[in-house]
Design a protein around this ligand. Structure first.
Ligand SMILES: O=C(O)c1cccc(C(=O)CC[C@H]2O[C@@H](n3cnc4c(=O)[nH]cnc43)[C@H](O)[C@@H]2O)c1
Length: 228
């Protein structure tokens, strides 16, 4: 299992929830901020693992995110049912046209249903909803309203999920996205970001995942130290 985050503090928060010792079943890597950075770095990690004969079983895009007003608040955990590239399209006098309307593919990446079920079982208090992938962090109430109106099933926005999903799809590997909320989506107010709350929620989420699904997340016993 590969868990990718944008930045190192997110990776540290994930690792803090994973058990220490033994052979790592979960590898955590930072892949950069934004969809392009994340897609390229994730694709490279997946290809290298495959070439080494040790392909990953799944990839999770994890990290902090903004909560859409009335849908997710600071400290919440959101499991993405879909990761949606919310600004992949064209603007027009008649409004925004998603890439589907231009005939160039899709802006929607579905999370793997079995992986989502596993996450939801382990995290019963988590919200399930779409997570938007944006290239520009929303900074006005108008933009937040536009996104909320256009995406009634969205709970949160972040910047990497869709890119990671594209890399996973190219490798034929199940994908999921998990976000913990650090800030409201709306008028830019960096002072309102609560990074500690979001990092703590990330650690709690991966602690719960490890406890609920030991085979998928806990380390295996090294072959030279058989359990007695
Ligand atoms: O300033 C810091 O100490 C710091 C520590 C860790 C992470 C950050 C980030 O700024 C991470 C950017 C990362 O977070 C996601 N994110 C969080 N909130 C939003 C949002 O409202 N809209 C879009 N993305 C958001 C995003 O995925 C970035 O990669 C700072």
């Amino acid at each position: 299992m590969l868990v990718v985050t944008a930045v190192e503090p997110e990776a540290a928060a994930v690792r803090a929830g994973l058990p220490a010792g033994g052979a790592a079943v979960v590898e955590v890597a930072t892949v950069g901020v934004g969809s392009a950075e994340a897609a390229a770095a994730t694709a490279r990690l997946l290809a290298l693992a495959e070439a080494a004969g040790r392909p990953y079983a799944a990839v999770i895009s994890a990290g902090i995110g903004g909560g859409l007003p009335g849908r997710a608040v600071i400290g919440d955990t959101v499991i993405a049912t879909r990761s949606v590239a919310a600004d992949l399209g064209a603007d027009s006098p008649d409004g925004y046209l998603p890439i589907e309307r231009l005939g160039f593919g899709t802006s929607v990446a579905y999370a793997d249903a079995a992986l989502v079920a596993l996450l939801r079982e382990a995290l019963p208090a988590a919200l399930a909803g779409d997570v938007l992938t944006v290239n520009t962090v929303t900074g006005t109430a108008v933009r937040a309203g536009e996104l909320a109106g256009r995406h009634p099933s969205a709970s949160a926005e972040a910047m990497e999920g869709f890119g990671v999903a594209v890399a996973a799809r190219a490798a034929g590997i199940p994908f999921a996205e998990l976000r913990t909320i650090s800030n409201p989506v709306g008028p830019r107010d960096r002072a309102a970001w609560n990074l500690p709350a979001a990092f703590t929620a990330l650690t709690i989420a991966f602690t719960a995942l490890t406890a609920a699904h030991a085979a998928a997340f806990a380390p295996t016993t090294p072959p030279d130290r058989p359990s007695s």
